[in-house]
Design a protein around this ligand. Structure first.
Ligand code: BGC
Length: 758
């Protein structure tokens, strides 16, 4: 039976029930109608399937699954194919565990490095985030399992996440926070989207029609169903009317009753309910079609994939004097409790019961060859204050070695769902340990294990810094591969590492007050802020070192003049000029040279990851369409390009632009004119009428010159409305421009009629 016929056979009660979840992780089954149960469970960097009686915060164990690197690390790979591959493996594990929808990936923007769930999100940049999310979704769904893109939208902090009211302007919303989802929806085509907890400009996202229907469905063409975040429903009927199809988990009949009541007595149209039911049914039956029984996945192969992915998810931040890769000789001191008790994932609903966990010290021991290894714990994981005995032992160990590798990082509570960090610091005992060790050992490498940026007060004292992120269950092996040069590091930061918390764009406005948070930094999130203000980050967005070197040359654009309906082809040659094979992430940024609206200095609009043998050169190509040049114009509620010159910048990072070339773009859209009596002379400066008005005004204002005033600057800020009085004054009370004449002029300039007064 097709879903439309099925719908006709359903009672109001059955339809309302289907929209309200049957259990903690399951939809309602209606066996009499042949509607099976569908399981939705976490995600995102692996499968977390809990038993039926489970809590949902990871306290109860879940089934074993492969723990891949968290999104923060995955994003540092900038590798679309790897994201796809990871998605396929997760999809296979879902099939093996009879899960139909996996809750992820998360495409929320990293607004502040303090957000407790940043480890689950990709980037501060919407283009990078949406590209990677799309590939993750495609990978999962290629295995007949649905992804649920979350948390839509503006879930950028954990503090008061269920209730906080996020206040931000439309342009910022579109260009930063929604853009991160938009590309993921359009290219990834997820089966479902999860509505987030917070309110957006006063309305809960889970009952926000503009978000769920007008933008997600009508503008972006999303066809799947929208599910609430767990316990995120406020008023079920309002949510339904706004476009929220499925409430999860079950509300034990409360949501169902609310829908029934609303349809029977409160004017909720049954066709609204029917639409939601159809969307859910379509996915339920799609998952039935995609279902593969008796699937078993190869745990060892998935572990090997987790290691491959982790290698690219790590970023070599500093490598003074080529301290890395390590030589397999002499004495290597391995310091830090994380070397034997590693962290490799964050805390909360994404927590995975890993099939296997590699230990850094053991992995190093396997490949260290002739090197002698020494170990010291250095700090306690249970207490942040320095422990003198551990410190002294570590210093002694470090002093007796040729090189010292310190494993440091954040504690569980700092990469956790439900809370935000208060500072960017590592625990005090770790910072102290690193500083003290640099006093007795000059060859220090710090391996960092964390889900978001940290401050590094010792940055200038150590020679090597290697960001391993929360690298998943194979993190240890991957980090070892890089430490010893068996793999060349190729990750680059998908987020800025600031020098200190007070340098961050939303320092003053994070996490807001008890009720609301205002995104006052506007568009200037991440590198957009550091670029604009000149505040120097510790490590910029896009930064990452390699054991080889790359040379960029021959940047070519296929045209230097274009319209915004055309595409621009960009080509650049990149050569591996070093002696090792390596991968490079080539970044393309676009700068609007001169704009009437406020724009970031540059924005990421393309990236490619390439793999080159020593001496090998390749051509990297990009295609840019209108969107690469556009801003969101709130006057026309659409994307618009301002005609003018743009620079195409090719960079090794956001702070290291290697090549640039210019192109002139002519816009196919004109700015909407919204002149009013309160528009100034400056506002209308490009209108032919402006010259006449200025002339009229300046004739009367000759006196100002004697006072040394800049007449034209003064005039340009005057409201047109004032012309009526001033022109009458200066014409001796008899003439001048009338209010009717001004109205007619303004209408003509707005393209709403002729200037009947001439
Ligand atoms: C989280 C979601 C998660 C859901 C189910 C919520 O608290 O915000 O990301 O998918 O719980 O565990």
């Amino acid at each position: 039976m097709d879903t439309k016929t099925l719908l006709k056979n359903m009672t109001l009660e059955q339809k309302a029930g289907l929209c309200c979840g049957g259990g903690f992780w399951e939809t309602l089954a209606l066996p009499d109608l042949g509607i099976p149960v569908m399981t939705l469970t976490d995600g995102p960097h692996g499968l977390r399937k809990q038993s039926v009686s489970a809590d949902h915060l990871g306290i109860n164990e879940s089934e074993k699954a492969t723990c891949f690197p968290s999104a923060a690390g995955l994003a540092a790979s900038w590798n679309r194919d790897l994201l796809y591959k990871t998605g396929t493996a997760i999809g296979e594990e879902c099939q093996a565990e009879n899960v139909q929808i996996i809750l992820g990936p998360g495409a929320n923007i990293k607004r502040s490095p303090l957000c407790g769930r940043n480890f689950e999100y990709f980037s501060e940049d919407p283009y990078l985030s949406s590209q990677l999310a799309a590939k993750h979704i495609q990978g999962v769904q290629s295995r007949g399992v649905g992804a649920s893109l979350k948390h839509f939208a503006v879930n950028n902090q954990e503090t008061k996440r269920f209730t906080i009211n996020v206040v931000l302007d439309e342009r910022t919303l579109r260009e930063i926070y929604l853009a991160s989802f938009e590309g993921a929806i359009i290219e990834g085509r997820p089966w479902t989207v999860m509505a987030s907890y917070p309110r957006l400009n006063g309305e809960f996202c889970s009952q926000n029609k503009k978000l769920l229907t007008d933008i997600l469905r009508d503008e972006w063409g999303f066809e799947g169903f929208i599910v609430s975040d767990w316990f995120g429903v406020s008023e079920r009927d309002k949510g339904l009317a706004a476009g929220l199809d499925l409430e999860m988990p079950t509300s034990a009949g409360i949501g169902t009753d609310a829908i029934i009541q609303a349809v029977k007595n409160d004017g909720l149209l049954e066709e609204v309910l029917d639409r939601a039911v159809l969307r859910i049914l379509n996915i339920v039956f799609k998952s039935v079609e995609g279902r593969k029984t008796n699937v078993a996945y190869d745990k060892a192969a998935h572990h090997a994939l987790a290691r491959e992915v982790a290698r690219e998810s790590m970023v070599l931040l500093k490598n003074e004097g080529g301290i890395l890769p390590l030589e397999r000789k002499g004495v290597i001191a391995v310091i830090g409790a994380f070397a034997k008790t590693p962290r490799f994932q964050g805390v909360g609903s994404s927590h995975i019961n890993a099939t296997r966990i590699d230990i850094p010290y053991d992995e190093i021991a396997k490949v260290a060859g002739d090197a002698e290894l020494k170990y010291a714990e250095g700090y306690s994981l249970n207490d942040d204050t320095a422990n003198t005995a551990l410190l002294e032992e570590a210093k002694k160990t470090a002093a007796s070695a040729g090189v010292c590798v310190i494993f440091a990082g954040l504690p569980d509570k700092d990469d956790a769902e439900g809370t935000d960090r208060k500072s960017l610091g590592l625990p005090e005992n770790q910072n102290h340990l690193i500083t003290e060790i640099t006093k007795v050992q000059k060859n220090v490498v710090v391996v960092l294990i964390n889900g978001s940026a940290v401050e590094m007060p010792w940055v200038n004292e150590v020679k090597g810094i290697f960001e391993a992120y929360l690298g998943g269950q194979a993190m240890a092996g991957a980090a070892t591969d890089i430490l010893f040069g068996d793999c060349n590091p190729s990750g680059k930061l998908a987020e800025t590492f600031p020098q200190k918390l007070s340098d961050t764009p939303c320092f003053i406005n994070f996490p807001g007050d008890s009720k609301q948070v205002e995104y006052r930094e506007g568009l200037f999130v991440g590198y957009r802020y550091y670029d604009k203000t000149g505040v120097k980050p510790l490590f910029p967005f896009g930064h990452g070192l390699s054991y080889t070197t790359f040379e960029y040359s021959g940047l070519r654009l296929d045209k230097t003049e274009m319209t915004d309906t055309e595409e621009l082809k960009v080509c650049v040659a990149v050569k591996n000029s070093g002696t090792r094979a390596g991968k490079e992430i080539v970044q393309l940024y676009v700068r609007d040279v001169e704009a009437d609206v406020i724009r970031p200095v540059k924005e990421l609009k393309g990236f490619e990851k390439i793999d080159l043998e020593p001496g090998e050169e390749t051509q990297v190509e990009f295609t840019l369409g209108k969107r690469a040049f556009a801003f969101y114009d709130t006057d026309i509620n659409d994307w618009r390009v301002e005609s003018g010159d743009f620079d195409i910048l090719i960079g090794k990072s956001s702070a290291e632009i290697a090549l640039s070339a210019g192109v002139h773009v002519t816009s196919s859209a004109v700015a909407k004119k919204c002149y009013t009596l309160d528009s100034t002379i400056a506002d209308i400066k490009d209108e032919p009428a402006a010259a006449r008005l200025v002339h009229m005004m300046s004739t009367g204002m000759n006196g100002g010159k004697e006072l040394g005033m800049d007449i034209s600057a003064l005039l340009s800020s005057i409201k047109m409305r004032s012309l009526v009085a001033t022109s009458r004054m200066w014409s001796g009370g008899k003439g001048g421009i009338t209010i009717e004449q001004l109205h007619s002029l303004i209408a003509a300039m707005n393209g709403e009629g002729e200037d009947i007064h001439g």
